[in-house]
Design a protein around this ligand. Structure first.
Ligand SMILES: CC(C)(COP(=O)(O)OP(=O)(O)OC[C@H]1O[C@@H](n2cnc3c(N)ncnc32)[C@H](O)[C@@H]1OP(=O)(O)O)[C@@H](O)C(=O)NCCC(=O)NCCS
Length: 147
């Protein structure tokens, strides 16, 4: 039976496990290490941070810029540990992130940006309906999905 994918808060019970999750060496330039993301989250307001779990196993991490005043929701970081990739966990977890954004004021779209390179996540996002906005930030293509 496939495991249940859930999003859980990062707290003192799991923070070290989330820091230890990582992508493959060849994927390091697609996403920052979780320790960096968590430090940035600590120093940032309007951010929503969640660990991705498969049953009770931590398998990934997501960080959303969560500004209901603009409103603008931007998936800042998203990763599934290399040991758990290719099992559908990323797709399911992203669906849960979409549900969260839909629950927010004015949450009718979600933005993200990705490094447009071989082996990167572009096809993963495009297969889920994301389309490029034409904006490029620091070499990353911005994309948006209407929810
Ligand atoms: C991108 C990432 C989050 C996808 O998570 P995942 O759990 O491996 O993806 P899934 O198993 O849910 O795959 C869902 C679908 O996307 C496809 N897919 C996944 N990664 C892909 C890739 N890099 N290129 C093309 N297709 C991909 C799968 O084949 C699958 O297709 P299907 O639904 O037709 O079977 C994960 O591979 C990852 O963390 N990559 C490194 C970090 C990264 O790039 N993060 C994004 C930063 S913007």
């Amino acid at each position: 039976m496939s495991p249940s994918i859930t999003l859980r808060e990062v707290d003192d019970s799991n923070v070290n496990q989330i820091i230890d999750l990582s992508v493959a060496d060849s994927q390091q330039h697609f996403v920052a290490p979780n320790v960096r993301s968590l430090a940035q989250a600590y120093a940032t307001t309007k951010v929503w941070v969640r660990a991705v779990y498969a049953d009770d196993e931590p398998v990934g991490f997501a960080m959303l810029s969560d500004d209901h005043e603009k409103p603008r929701y931007y998936l800042w970081r998203f990763m599934i540990d290399e040991r758990y990739q290719g099992k559908g966990y990323g797709k399911t977890a992203l669906g849960l992130i979409h549900d969260y954004v839909r629950s927010r004021p004015g949450g009718d779209r979600i933005y993200l940006s990705y490094v447009p390179a071989e082996g990167g996540p572009e096809h993963f996002y495009k297969a889920l309906g994301y389309v490029d906005t034409g904006v490029v930030h620091d070499g990353e293509n911005e994309a948006v999905l209407a929810l």
